[in-house]
Structures are given as structure tokens and as C-alpha cells.
Design a binder for this molecule. Structure first.
Ligand code: SF4
Ligand code: SF4
Length: 136
């Protein structure tokens, strides 16, 4: 069956959507912090593990399985829309956290701060933290 030609309105809508997508994409700083493991704290918030990342994150903060990232076995990859919708999937400082009012970001900490957090969490009885629990 011959392919139906797109109407002018459809073409315009597509162009607008593409422009929006490009604008959104350009907000990403390519820092790779959203590809770090997030760890759940006793108070319900999350902290970004300073060094433990998805195994597919390269030294240059690129994804080595980008084309199949949503079906790879890392299972911590989310679409931008999902990350904006769900609190704590994005780290503080990520421009996408500004899109939804009241977004709660995962806290970014140094290794020393993270070590202190582990001690405090253990005192609170949050033993899950020892697993560097993969909550997302
Ligand atoms: S944390 Fe935000 S800015 Fe950094 S790579 Fe992830 S989406 Fe992009
Ligand atoms: S698979 Fe997902 S979480 Fe892992 S490096 Fe690639 S984009 Fe990041």
C-alpha cells in the first residue's frame, strides 16, 4: 500500500516536537551522575554513590550501550520522562530537576561525606545501606 503523505499540520507538529526534543536534549551536561547507583537512607531520601556507577558508564561519562540502554542488564536506566516524574532518580544539579516543581533530587556527596552517612545510617539501623542498595 502506498504511504500516505503527511499533511502540512502533521509536518508542522513534527517539527515543533523535534525542536522541543532538541532543546530538552541540550540541557543535559553529560556529567554521567544519573548513571551512579543511588542509595536509600533511613529518612526516605537518596544519596548518589560517589564512585559506584552503572557498569556501562565509561571513563568519559558516556554510555557504552547507548542504543540498547533500556533493555540492557544494568536495569538502572530510565527515560528522561521517567526520571523527571519520579523523585530521586536525578541528582541535584541536573537541569532536568528544574522541570518539575518540587522535584526531590538525590544528594551528591564526596566519598568522605558518604562514609560518614554510612556510619550514621548504621547507627539508625539502616543495614540496607551496606548493600549499596540498588533502589532504582
Ligand atoms: S545527571 Fe542530568 S545533566 Fe548529568 S548526564 Fe544525567 S541527565 Fe544529563
Ligand atoms: S545503561 Fe543507562 S545507566 Fe548505564 S551507563 Fe548507560 S545510560 Fe547510564
Amino acid at each position: 500500500m502506498p504511504k500516505r503523505k503527511k499533511t502540512l499540520t502533521e509536518k508542522k507538529r513534527e517539527a515543533v516536537l523535534k525542536k522541543k526534543e532538541r532543546e530538552l536534549e541540550s540541557l543535559c551536561k553529560r556529567c554521567g551522575v544519573c548513571c551512579h547507583i543511588k542509595v536509600g537512607l533511613a529518612d526516605g531520601s537518596y544519596v548518589v554513590h560517589p564512585s559506584q556507577t552503572c557498569k556501562y558508564l565509561t571513563d568519559g561519562n558516556c554510555c557504552s550501550v547507548y542504543e540498547r540502554r533500556f533493555s540492557c542488564d544494568a536495569k538502572i536506566c530510565f527515560t528522561r520522562e521517567e526520571m523527571i516524574t519520579k523523585d530521586y532518580l536525578l541528582p541535584e544539579g541536573c537541569p532536568y530537576t528544574q522541570i518539575r516543581l518540587g522535584y526531590k533530587s538525590a544528594r551528591v556527596v564526596s566519598q568522605d561525606e558518604f562514609d560518614a552517612i554510612i556510619v550514621r545510617e548504621l547507627e539508625l539501623g539502616n543495614y540496607n545501606i551496606l548493600l549499596a542498595n540498588r533502589v532504582f
